[in-house]
Write a protein that binds this ligand. Structure first.
Ligand SMILES: [Fe+2]
Length: 198
């Protein structure tokens, strides 16, 4: 258990540094936006990350307190239950950050920022998967049900697959394996030959 909270604190510290680096990259883009659409697009992303930073400012000292063995660790303690929910939400925050970084890679492709953003992106993808595992462990240990508000659309069971981005629902290695049959299916559908023979 203790190690889970220590790893959580490390992940959230790391992602806060990363989000600040990202904010610095996109700030000039907002300032120099050529139209309202571009400005709103980047402002939206900036604002969400800024808000996440404020939430982490609140969460990190609480985690630190537990890790210094000063905080209460019991589900009888209401504050502790809130803390677990906050951690759960920040797992979602990592997922959202991952999407923001991927969106920005479209804009910053072939610029000096592509590499640094790609680095943040890969780190965040790993941290997201790790935070999912850590949370599962904590939820089991404290007999907590998975907090629905922290489940991204990509991972909800009652959502149509056409609304999901498969790349965000599982570790990179597994996506490739799963995508193979779909690619085959699409190719088959689109070939003139296959249409003639069907
Ligand atoms: Fe967003």
């Amino acid at each position: 258990m203790t190690s889970s909270f220590i790893q959580m604190e490390e992940i959230f510290n790391r992602t806060q540094t990363a989000l600040n680096e990202f904010k610095d990259i996109i700030t000039p883009v907002i300032e120099k936006a050529k139209d309202d659409h571009e400005r709103l697009y980047w402002h939206h992303i900036y604002e969400e990350e800024d808000h996440r930073s404020d939430r982490l400012d609140h969460l990190l000292p609480q985690l630190n307190k537990i890790n210094r063995n000063e905080g209460t660790v019991s589900t009888d303690d209401r504050e502790f239950v809130y803390l677990l929910q906050d951690i759960s939400l920040e797992k979602f925050g990592l997922h959202n950050f991952l999407e923001h970084l991927d969106l920005s890679l479209y804009t910053f492709k072939d610029t000096e920022f592509e590499q640094p953003i790609q680095k943040l992106r890969d780190m965040t993808a790993e941290d997201y998967q790790q935070s999912k595992q850590l949370l599962e462990r904590l939820n089991e240990e404290f007999k907590m049900a998975d907090y629905q508000a922290s489940v991204p659309t990509d991972e909800k069971e009652d959502i149509d697959t056409s609304l999901k981005v498969e790349a965000y629902s599982q570790p990179a290695g597994e996506v490739e394996k799963k995508e193979e049959p779909n690619k085959y299916k699409n190719r088959k559908k689109l070939t003139v030959g296959s249409l003639k023979h069907s």
